[in-house]
Write a protein that binds this ligand. Structure first.
Ligand code: IVH
Length: 672
């Protein structure tokens, strides 16, 4: 091992510190002080040095991702049990809690509390030794949790080293909640839905599922946050109050709850709790209540804990965003991408201040799994800004008249046959002229990398669609200048230009056109592959999977989507109509299959009279990859012998060159 120069070590240490600081600015404070480029450059520099010298600090930001997946979670014993919280569902119960605290402490004085939002996520413990993050664990049963260190390290706001404070405890276990924002939750769910994977019921499950992943690279792809609010085992520091501890956490660059307030007496607590209930509506994440804690750690110790909950804290839960109502109907609804989802039409019910009358059921498997029938009473939840969803059926209220919904065989909008890919949850309409999808499809069709119709941007497509001027791809080519002139923002010249651009787009390439069609799974790359392997679009009509998967790099899923697309009568009719309107597809990408070359590398010499003229025979040999030379030498592979051979035959015999007849040559040619 090479000796690492002191300057290199110093530089690596400096970079680690600096990048960790900028991580904190970016992920915790939301106020970066350098540009992304500068940040990336520093990170790249650090990576290079680490690779070159093999000197990687334990708190290096490069260690946050890419760690190898562990087989299963190791168990971690919490040095102080991780307790749960007692709940208060009303203001009265809060007042009772305060009275109990006072009674147990034997005082009539007002108690000082802290009030924090209750984050709805997954409780974790972060263990630091000499300021360095050494372990992270889930709560588990409160005594033993799972080792999730690698996963937690992918959360950028988690400090890998405690910095920014003058005193760092020798050992400290910090507790917090890992959570996910609502937009990320929705993003993941729609991605999962597209892929046909089961969706997460709420952001909490999504956060928990993301952290309790065997593969940390999956965790790294999810946007997770943490709010730290508690201390477990601690050696080398003595905090006096919860509030003081939170201030220390902030200084030490830990993300803490958005707001933590001190309150003298329960009345002030009640006022703050109500204030939070208003404020939570504007948070991008979910809070399901407020946590009220006795501020003094000394008093906390005196109050102690029951088996599972401390006596010094309580969670005030906001009224649940749930209600019970009847399913009037279950209708299929076609999304803009062709996915057909079941939607439950509900008897209107007020939940959390709004009237709910419909709820998406995500997919048909979910309807089956939850066994939701028309006529059922269901529990509906509206969490934060999330669309209401059905949690389950109140089966006790069934009368026997409920009707199981059926997955539609035809698209409810265009009537085209629905398809469902094997192993996929999503039911789809793949008719590319389906009115429900047409706007999105046309936008894609006209876009720069597809048909490249200049001037036909998203806004114009929306206008044309809205005005009923364009209901399919074909309609684009039927547009007249006077139609376009009617649109806002178009004048003589611009409308003329658009017509010209439309006309120009008729002459395009097969790969662009295939991409423009918006076939599921077929992006630009797959479109190119198809163009390389199929000379004309007609060669793709009614193409079979078996043929498609012979193309290297075309997987089964893509092949199936292509087969489905080109087995749809409507789609073929539409393509044919486009062709009639002048669409011409060049295919410069088509690669002629290499011709069989049975004579490749072989040299022939001809002697005597053959059944065919010599130049014809020579051409035959050359087309099959062989060569013809005039004189026999050691390099000659075969002497082709006709009638009345000359001296070449003698020479060939001397050199041991093989001789063949014309018939034998033909046999060789037929070999391939
Ligand atoms: S204090 C013994 N503070 O709520 C103290 N918990 O329902 C227990 N939670 O297990 C934790 N936000 O996962 C505390 N500001 C907060 C919290 C919080 C969310 C979670 C935590 C706890 C659960 C109890």
């Amino acid at each position: 091992m090479r000796e690492i120069p002191e300057e290199v070590k110093k530089e690596i240490e400096r970079l680690v510190k600096e990048i960790n600081y900028h991580n904190y600015r970016y992920y915790v404070l939301d106020s970066p002080v350098i540009s992304d480029e500068e940040y990336d450059m520093m990170l790249r520099k650090l990576k290079e040095l680490e690779e070159k010298w093999g000197y990687i600090l334990p708190d290096s930001p490069t260690q946050r991702v890419g760690a190898p997946p562990s087989e299963k979670f190791e168990k971690v014993e919490h040095r102080e049990p991780m307790l749960s919280l007692d709940n208060a569902f009303s203001i009265e119960e809060l007042i009772e809690f305060d009275a109990r605290v006072k009674r147990l402490l034997g005082t009539t004085n007002e108690i000082e509390y802290t009030v924090e939002p209750k984050y709805d996520g997954l409780a974790v413990e972060l263990s630091y030794k000499d300021g360095l993050l050494i372990k992270a664990s889930t709560r588990g049963d409160g005594y033993v949790g799972e080792d999730i260190t690698l996963n937690i390290k992918t959360i950028k706001s988690v400090p890998l080293r405690i910095e920014g404070v003058s005193v760092v405890p020798e050992e400290i276990d910090i507790r917090g909640e890992v959570y996910m924002n609502l937009d990320e939750f929705e993003r993941i769910n729609s991605e999962r839905q597209e892929k046909g994977e089961p969706i997460f019921a709420n952001p909490r499950n999504a956060a928990s599922g993301s952290v309790r992943q065997l593969d940390p690279s999956v965790t790294a792809k999810r946007k997770l946050y943490i709010a730290c609010y508690g201390v477990g085992y601690c050696r080398g520091m003595d905090f006096k109050t919860q509030y003081e501890f939170i201030q220390w956490l902030k200084e030490a660059r830990f993300p803490t709850p958005v707001v933590v307030k001190k309150a003298k007496g329960i009345n002030e607590v009640i006022r703050i709790v109500k204030e939070f209930e208003e404020a939570r509506k504007s948070y991008p994440f979910e809070t399901d209540g407020a946590v009220i804690k006795v501020n003094s750690f000394e008093l906390q110790r005196r109050l102690g804990a029951k088996t599972r909950e401390p006596r010094w804290a309580i969670a005030y839960k906001y009224p649940a965003h749930q209600g019970i109502t009847k399913v009037v109907e279950i209708l299929p609804s076609v999304g803009r991408t062709g996915v057909i989802t079941p939607v439950a039409i509900l008897e209107p019910v007020r939940i959390g201040g709004v009237t709910v009358s419909r709820s998406t059921l995500h997919n048909w498997d979910e309807v089956k799994r939850k066994d939701i029938r028309v006529g059922d009473y269901v529990v509906v939840e509206r969490a934060g800004e999330v669309i209401p969803h059905i949690i389950g059926v109140v089966k006790d209220r069934r009368t026997g008249t409920e009707i199981e919904p059926k997955m539609p065989d035809n698209c409810p909008v265009c009537g085209s046959k629905t398809v469902r890919e094997i192993g996929e949850v999503a039911l789809k309409c793949i008719n590319f002229n389906c009115p429900a999808q047409v706007e999105e499809r046309i936008k894609h069709f006209a876009s720069r990398r597809a048909m490249n119709i200049e001037g036909l941007g998203e806004k114009t497509v929306e206008l044309l669609h809205e005005k009923g001027l364009v209901k399919s791809f074909i309609d684009i080519y039927k547009l007249r200048q006077q139609d376009i002139l009617k649109l806002p923002g178009f004048a003589e010249l611009s409308s003329k230009k658009l017509i010209e651009a439309i006309e120009k787009s008729k002459k395009t390439t097969l790969s662009r056109f295939l991409y423009a069609l918006g076939i599921s799974q077929v992006g630009e790359y797959a479109a190119k592959l198809l163009a390389q392997n199929f000379k004309n679009i007609e060669d793709l009509y009614y193409v079979k999977i078996q043929k498609l998967i012979q193309i290297p790099q075309v997987g089964e899923k893509t092949a199936r989507a292509i087969e489905q697309f080109f087995s749809n009568e409507e789609n073929i009719k539409a393509i044919e109509e486009l062709k009639e309107m002048g669409l011409t597809l060049e295919n410069p990408e088509y690669m002629e299959k290499e011709k069989p070359a049975p004579l490749k590398g072989l040299t022939f010499v001809i002697t005597g009279t053959l059944p065919k003229p010599r130049d014809e025979v020579q051409a035959l040999i050359e087309q099959a990859g062989g060569k013809v030379s005039s004189a026999v030498s050691r390099a000659t592979n075969y002497l082709l012998v006709g009638e009345d051979p000359g001296s070449k035959l003698v020479k060939a015999r001397q050199l041991g060159v093989k001789t063949i007849s014309y018939e034998e040559l033909i046999k060789m040619l037929e070999k391939e």
